[in-house]
Design a protein around this ligand. Structure first.
Ligand code: EPU
Length: 341
């Protein structure tokens, strides 16, 4: 198996925050065999490995003394179908939004609320991507992985993936499993989720009477485009912090002091706060330090205006975390993966 391993490759165009660090070694793999050969190459030389998909949830903070493996496995296959559902296997290197559009064009629904999320299919299970009241786990059947500890290929059920809010087994045991493909069970009869935020009112404003999954997808794209910067135009990694979950008592206290605070009661009695609201109300929205900034339209998104380093982005994030802790006694957790070299 011949591999084309390059040396000293800039990763700037491989991460949506456009951080300019170099990988000591870099290889693109298009098949399982190439992936296995690349992993073996690194193991023989005792070189660390970083697996890279769309690079949309990463903060790179230093040059990497590692082999960066860019996963480019492609293909979409309908495994089975009946009158109600289709089971579809998608290879890890497919672009997420393109796959969502493909599924809608086949008359399959379930993924419309997740339209326009940047990144590749293989990264989607890691943080259980979510938007507008839907999460990846809602329609995921199973995930095919290569376990680097055992060398085995395994199919993990939805339950085995231990999905939670922006969390999964893959995030908790980071580096152990390479996601090869994701298998979805997608309904042919749409059960639309319109209850989050402005979705229903947006559709009403557009005079869409009986929305289809395609209409919902178009609405989600339009709403996202208003607030979330397109990484091709303004580099960013989506939400930089998770929305924090706090106790009901703490939330009540905050509500007394800040009557307009945005919060969502959780099934377990705890309360999720909109971190974007906290950050905006602490005065950070639109703040810029060098080329690192807080987006002017969505305070939960940090942006790189051009030449910011990962350290500069993290420095800004650290100031925000300290300020939010001091003002509201709330800890903000960084959402993307921070890679330290
Ligand atoms: N808000 C503010 N100021 C801001 C931003 C938000 O007051 O600057 C308020 C909004 O007015 C709204 C509430 O906070 O009442 C929630 O805002 P929004 O609907 O924009 O969503 P979010 O909670 O900030 C989450 C996800 C996004 C996802 C949106 C829509 C997380 C960490 N983020 O953001 O996901 O697109 O909901 O469903 O859960 C991502 O994970 O990278 C991401 C973009």
């Amino acid at each position: 198996m011949s591999l084309s391993i390059q040396e000293q490759v800039s990763l700037r165009s491989y991460n949506t925050l456009a951080i300019d660090v170099a990988a000591r070694f870099f290889v693109a793999v298009q098949s399982l065999e190439q992936l296995q050969a690349a992993l073996a190459w690194a193991e023989q030389r005792e070189i660390a490995v970083l697996l890279l998909g769309g690079g949309s949830n990463l903060v790179l903070t230093a040059d990497l003394n590692a082999l960066v493996i860019h996963l480019q496995l492609r293909g979409i296959q309908v495994l089975s179908e009946d009158a109600d559902f289709a089971q579809v296997e998608v290879q890890a290197g497919e672009n997420w939004h393109d796959f969502v559009q493909w599924s809608l064009a086949q008359g399959l629904s379930g993924l419309e609320n997740l339209s326009l999320i940047p990144g590749n299919v293989g990264a989607a299970p890691v943080q259980n991507i979510g938007a507008y009241g839907a999460e990846l786990k809602d329609h995921l059947d199973s995930v095919l992985v290569l376990d680097r500890y055992t060398g085995q290929i395994q199919r993990l059920s939805n339950e085995q993936c231990q999905f939670a809010y922006r969390d999964s087994l893959f995030k908790r045991e980071s580096g152990r499993r390479v996601i090869l493909s994701v298998i979805f069970k997608l309904p042919k009869h749409a059960a639309l989720q319109l209850d989050y935020g402005h979705l229903r009112s947006y559709l009403a404003e557009q005079q869409v009477q009986q929305p289809t999954a395609q209409d919902v997808s178009r609405a989600v794209c339009a709403i996202r485009a208003e607030k979330l910067p397109d990484p091709k135009q303004l580099a960013n990694a989506g939400s930089f912090f998770k929305n924090p979950v706090i106790s009901a008592e703490h939330a009540q206290q905050l509500q007394e002091n800040y009557p307009n605070i945005v919060s969502f009661a959780q099934a377990d009695g705890q309360v999720k706060l909109a971190a974007g609201w906290l950050i905006e109300h602490a005065g950070w929205k639109g703040v810029r330090q060098g080329d690192a900034g807080v987006h002017t339209k969505q305070a939960l998104v940090l942006v790189n205006y051009g030449g910011a380093s990962g350290q500069q982005i993290l420095e800004l994030a650290g100031q925000i975390q300290a300020d939010i802790k001091q003002r509201f006694a709330v800890e903000l957790e960084i959402e993307p993966n921070v890679i330290t070299g």
